[in-house]
Ligand binder design. Structure first.
Ligand SMILES: [Zn+2]
Length: 264
């Protein structure tokens, strides 16, 4: 399957540097599939209501041309061409674009759906933004661990060649999303299972050395739910990334997005 890499939202929190929202656009026999959405048009129209107070800390840089919808329209597609959206988790910066694709089937884990929507605990109530799913997405909820996948991990193959791999830690039901990109191998969108790419790799896909980004790691610890699980996820992601034919990509590390979108 052909896979494109989009940046669907840019943030500039103090001392961290530019943060991107890395979204995959997959062309399948059954229409377009998005892995995460980044921010959507409604987030830019109502930043306070849709993103809440954290938007000030993150310093969202507004610009609707960065939404997945506007980017795929610029390619000649329409919203109706997106048939499925597979989410790593339901934080606002990963699913704000759902309302731009109201007809798409939206895949998530049962644990993440529960954390955000049906049974949020005290912390979750402060975390997720109900306005972002007020339009009533067509959820497809995947319960349990799924089938054996790789390296002791399990997954749900939600569409042919696209697997939701539960990886809780950042949030209660977080998952990575593995996409079979044909000759490019397997792309593993790690979402927020890792922030600083140097936590799982020594070099970027372009071969450039990756140095540690301390502020990104501090941010990761601050917003994550389970630090022990996050550490285990980093080990799993390093193992995957070290495997021939597998490329791991975090949602927010600009260095990896730049390497994967650089002209070859
Ligand atoms: Zn995020």
């Amino acid at each position: 399957m052909r896979v494109g890499h989009l940046n669907c939202g840019t943030f500039g929190p103090p001392f961290v540097g530019e943060i991107v929202c890395h979204v995959l656009l997959v062309e399948t026999g059954d229409g377009l599939v998005l892995v995460d959405t980044g921010l959507g048009l409604d987030d830019y129209a109502d930043p306070k209501g849709r993103m809440g107070p954290v938007r000030k800390l993150l310093r969202a840089q507004l610009g609707t041309e960065a939404t997945a919808l506007r980017q795929i329209e610029a390619m000649g597609h329409s919203a109706a061409d997106v048939s499925h959206i597979v989410l790593t988790h339901l934080d606002f910066d990963h699913m704000g674009g759902l309302s731009d694709f109201p007809d798409a089937t939206v895949h998530t884990t049962a644990d993440e759906h529960a954390a955000a929507i049906t049974s949020p605990d005290f912390l979750d109530k402060r975390r997720y933004r109900p306005a972002q799913w007020a339009h009533g997405p067509a959820w497809k909820i995947h319960g349990g661990r799924g089938d054996e996948w790789k390296d002791g991990l399990t997954g749900h193959e939600v569409l042919p060649g696209i697997t939701l791999v539960p990886m809780p830690g950042h949030s209660r039901g977080h998952a990575a999303v593995a996409v079979d990109a044909g000759e490019r191998g397997l792309l593993v969108h790690a979402g927020d299972a890792v922030f600083d790419a140097s936590s799982y790799a020594d070099v970027s896909p372009s071969g450039a050395p990756l140095t540690k980004v301390g502020m990104l790691r501090t941010f990761e610890k601050t917003v994550g739910r389970d630090r022990a699980a996050i550490k285990r996820n980093h080990v799993s992601l390093r193992h995957l990334n070290d495997t021939d034919g597998i490329t791991v990509l975090p949602a927010h590390d600009k260095r990896i997005l730049d390497a994967l979108t650089a002209p070859s």
